[in-house]
Design a protein around this ligand. Structure first.
Ligand SMILES: Nc1ncnc2c1ncn2[C@@H]1O[C@H](COP(=O)(O)OP(=O)(O)O)[C@@H](O)[C@H]1O
Ligand SMILES: [Mg+2]
Length: 391
């Protein structure tokens, strides 16, 4: 089992692509089964299949079942991010498994893939960016690098990558990547390749001096959007955002109220003018009620860690001295939550799901939904800032 772990864009995936491909090629015509897992089928295509096709001039187009043939062997691809994803993998005997970005995959899928790799001399290749230090990928595998089987053969070998290990990245790209990565936990992991914990304030970067502007009415030709987080006992939140010509987002108004019915919220929302789109939390009943009151919504992108990272990236001050997210001073609840939103503390060093503490998170969810939709298509977790740089 070979594990490539460390900084983003450091060459981990490119190396595993070569190792995987040469193994399949070396077994030409044997009809063996190989598994490729990734966060989603889309990320497998982006990170692995397209790159193999380009580098080796082979066809890696997957059929509807996520399968294709390569050199007379069968390759099965699975997005492994959900608790029940593993069900698609059960039953087969595999001679190899390539896990791309394994910390983003569900533990059930990881367990099932190990069970599948019962073919003789089966090989496993993993790559991953760092996560929290108690992550099972770190404690159960990376930390056991060098361990041998009873017959003396090496069981696990892991390699650590830093950004400097990849000489193919243009210096300007590396400089931009560093400048666009939020300082603190995200920077330690993505750039330095360190397995550090998420602690304290989620948006430690948020600074009233930098991110707060005087209340204002956005010019009529800026795009206006809304994001809604439902609540009755907890507050119902609606945030209004306006996007300027440089793509900078100004959250200029909020409606934040507990204990009221949808009808009242809808009236309040109508008072504040028209928008291009509204994203909302997924509650079907409440979205239907809002729709009936003339506030149609789109279901928000709910991927937590990606959403948090997108917001943090917008808080980073750009070379011109300004961030890409501003909050207007009248949004008092939103501003308060920015100062109270913390990561769930790690208890007794025990591995926990890495998420913010579920308190003071109502307006925070709204910001996350708004930014996730605005910044959709800017690539996956390992591509921090890559898309807008054209890479
Ligand atoms: N050996 C190599 N030869 C040429 N280019 C490389 C090589 N290794 C990495 N690269 C370049 O660096 C980029 C990032 O590598 P990748 O393996 O995707 O990083 P990681 O998986 O560590 O995030 C690739 O898209 C490719 O352009
Ligand atoms: Mg990669």
């Amino acid at each position: 089992m070979a594990i490539m772990e460390g900084a983003v864009r450091s060459g981990k995936t490119v190396l595993n692509n070569v190792l995987f491909y040469s193994t399949v090629r070396g077994n030409t015509g044997r009809g063996l089964h190989y598994i490729i897992t990734g966060h989603t089928l889309g990320s497998i295509k982006r990170n692995v299949l397209d790159s193999i096709a380009e580098q080796f001039g082979v066809n890696t187009t997957v059929g509807t079942t996520g399968t294709f043939d390569l050199w007379g062997n069968h390759i099965h691809c699975f997005g492994a991010d959900k608790a029940d994803s593993y069900k698609a993998i059960t039953g087969m005997t595999a001679h190899g498994w390539y896990g791309n970005e394994v910390t983003l995959q569900h533990e059930n899928s990881i367990r099932e893939c190990f069970n599948r790799c019962s073919g003789e001399d089966a090989r496993i290749w993993w790559d991953t960016n760092p996560s929290y230090p108690q992550h099972p990928v770190k404690t159960d595998y990376i930390d056991k690098s060098g361990e041998r089987l009873s017959n003396g053969r090496l069981r696990i070998q892991s390699w650590h990558f830093s950004l400097g290990d990849n000489p193919y990245l243009p210096a300007e790209y590396v400089e931009n990547l560093k400048a666009n990565t939020p300082q603190g936990m995200w920077y330690e992991r993505a750039i330095n390749g360190a397995w550090v914990a998420a602690e304290g304030l989620v948006y430690a970067l948020f600074d009233r001096e930098i991110h707060v502007v005087e209340p204002f009415t956005p010019p009529a030709d800026w795009k206006r959007v809304r994001a809604i987080d439902f609540g009755y006992t907890n507050p119902f939140v609606c945030l209004w955002g306006a996007v300027d010509y440089d793509g900078r987002l100004y959250i200029y108004d909020e409606h934040y109220k507990a204990g009221a019915l949808i009808e009242e919220h809808a009236q309040e929302i109508h008072k504040r003018g028209a928008v291009s789109w509204t994203v909302a939390d997924h509650d079907a009943q409440e979205r239907a009620e809002l729709n009936a009151k003339g506030v149609p919504t789109t279901a928000a992108i709910k991927e937590v860690s990606l959403g948090l990272q997108r917001v943090a990236e917008r808080l980073v001050v750009q070379p011109d001295g300004y961030p890409r997210l501003f909050v207007s001073g009248n949004c008092v609840n939103l501003l308060r939550e920015f100062g109270q939103y913390v990561w769930e503390p790690v208890k007794d060093g025990r591995a926990v799901k890495e998420e913010p503490h579920k308190e003071h998170d109502h307006a925070m969810d709204g910001v996350k939904y708004m930014v996730a939709t605005l910044d959709k298509g800017r690539g996956g977790v390992s591509d921090v800032g890559a898309a807008e740089l054209g890479l």
